[in-house]
Design a protein around this ligand. Sequence first.
Ligand code: AMP
Ligand code: MG
Length: 322
Amino acid sequence: MTERLAADAAGIARAAALLAAGQLVAFATETVYGLGADATNASAVAAIYEAKGRPRFNPLISHLPDADAAFRHAQADARAARAAASFWPGPLTLVLPRRDESDIAALVTAGLDSLAVRVPDHPVARALLAATGRPVAAPSANLSGRLSPTRPAHVLAGLEGRIAGILESGACGVGLESTILDLTGPRAAILRPGGVSREALEAVLGPIDLASGTGGDVKAPGMLASHYAPVLPLRLDAETPEAEEAWLGFGPEPGGAAAVRLNLSPAGDLVEAAARLFDALHELDDTAIAAGLRRIAVARVPLRGLGVAINDRLARAAAPRG
Ligand code: AMP
Ligand code: MG
């Protein structure tokens, strides 16, 4: 059952309580309806992927009530401060170096050390963010592969019964997504065009690269998620660990000699496994290297539900790289 909440004080308070309890709530922003989860709760973030039926983990945008809150999680340089002063609140997402002390879940950034942050300009989104007091990860509130939703009816058509609540507040503005501006390198680059034009950004920041244009070595957004890969090679669909291997388990632990082991979910729960995946890969990589091991063997993860996205990520982490 999806609770249909009016966008008044009581509805906002209920939506904030649902988010705090690790539930999913759809809400209007000035771009499209977002599907929100507490960004510091990895299981809640995993539930976003499950509800949308997304076949892969791509990094999500974290929504915050103001620039100060955003820059407590992401490192702002002078360019970021200027962009924020000119365009926030508004349809501009900044990709910045993630702060070490940020408690945003690794699943939100798909293991990357950069973080996408935005301060939306919609009264309902702003009220909800103020009431939750925590970063809210939110992709568009539609089933994977469907059109982005600009009305409550669009959200409910795809997600009714799959999410805890929706704050119903009519149609969003234009339905155009936020412009994504990458400020992690020396040259600013637009990763996705959207509600703030390149010209408007250049008036504030000077020349900007376009990811798909003349920018040369700038990566397209879809490729960015593949940046993160463990240092050690992975052996997938393994039954038991061999000599010189660390073990990344799913479900019951097998025998075998591996002294370095982690389990994504001893109970075989795919949401739990998705929530732990990136932390587990990072941690196992570090401890296995420190222990002088040569490879990480990974248990078979079933290809259903979130297992599809988990297998996609493992396959790309295991792919040969130059
Ligand atoms: P959506 O949430 O559907 O608006 O899409 C989020 C977009 O932000 C995707 O295209 C992501 O690739 C991009 N994105 C989010 N986080 C990052 C990041 N850390 N680095 C680069 N792109 C990002
Ligand atoms: Mg989308």
